[in-house]
Design a binder for this molecule. Sequence first.
Ligand SMILES: [Zn+2]
Length: 388
Amino acid sequence: MVVTSQLKYDQKNVRKYHYFLLLSLIQKHKKISRSQLAELTRMSNTTVGKIVKELIQDELVIESGQEKGEVGRKAIFLEINPHGAYIIGIEIDVVSVQIALVSLNGTVLTKRQFKSEEKGKPEVVLDKVASEISLLLEETDPKYDEKIIAIGLTMAGLVTWPEGKALMVPQFQWNEVEIKEYLQSRLMYDVYVDNHVRSILLAESLFGTIKNYKDAVCIHVGSGVGGAVMINGEISRGTCNTLGEIGHITMEPNGQLCDCGRLGCLQTFICSSELEKYAQVPIEEIFIAYDKEEEWSKNLIDRAKKYLGITIANVICMYNPEVVLLAGPMIEDYPILLEDIEQITDEHMWKPLKRTFKLAHSTIGKDSGVIGASALVLNEFLRQSRIE
Ligand SMILES: [Zn+2]
């Protein structure tokens, strides 16, 4: 006999499931009609109509421009109301801390920032974050305040999920910092904390260049090398929320000393801090010398390109994604790194997997940190329709 109370989906839950399912489909498709929603979900037109009415009443969805339907009838489309709810996105970075109010479609509405102090103590930085959020909210219309879903925070380093504890952030020398717990105790909102590469991958899949793909890998090259993986639309986290962290894969057992204390890690070949250490000049000068075809720099950058190509070929074998997203300051500031990258990758690719994937570049740009942080929250909000 089935005991009703043990059923996971009682009627109220089914309703909630359908509500967020339709909301996430509208988010994904940008513009979609009620009948298309009914077709996709195999729900009746009446049920879809009722739930859409609720979504419109809750101001999460709006009707948009009528267009002629196939049979000459006017069709009304539904889209996310960008001002239906808001998210506070925070990026803690070695240069600065950015705090922004972000709309549901990933647009930054207002932003504050302060400079990061080298070796800033966690409680000092987080107190400043909390007071900057209060200032940001004072500056904005109170109507925004009421509609804030939660706070998202993103940073480099190892962060546990969902506890939001920073286990290790080498840039700040933070260890075991309870970021989520600390901010939640100071502020009246839920807080989500994750690694910045995962949040960039989420942001690009919700708002950016890879929204039509379900299986994706992000390779992030900056002062370190990071990675994140999405399988069937869900971020893969692994046991310690570090799945995809490829920077410390050993590429040369007798290679250069990495800052992790081992030899020949992947990042010693391609990240800016390691190239600077090797060449003993700032990264800009390495690329200026490369433009002038100076031999030493050509060797260094060509080697970086080769290892980036090998990395792409390796992640294709590991995860078989539809798309590999290349992101991070090194990729954005020095596009020359991607010159011939398809060909280089091809040379190192296992034959059956050649040409099975696309390479994409991050498109969100300079606000990708705070938009990524807001994507963490939006993704959790929409996930309420997914079965655990
Ligand atoms: Zn290492």
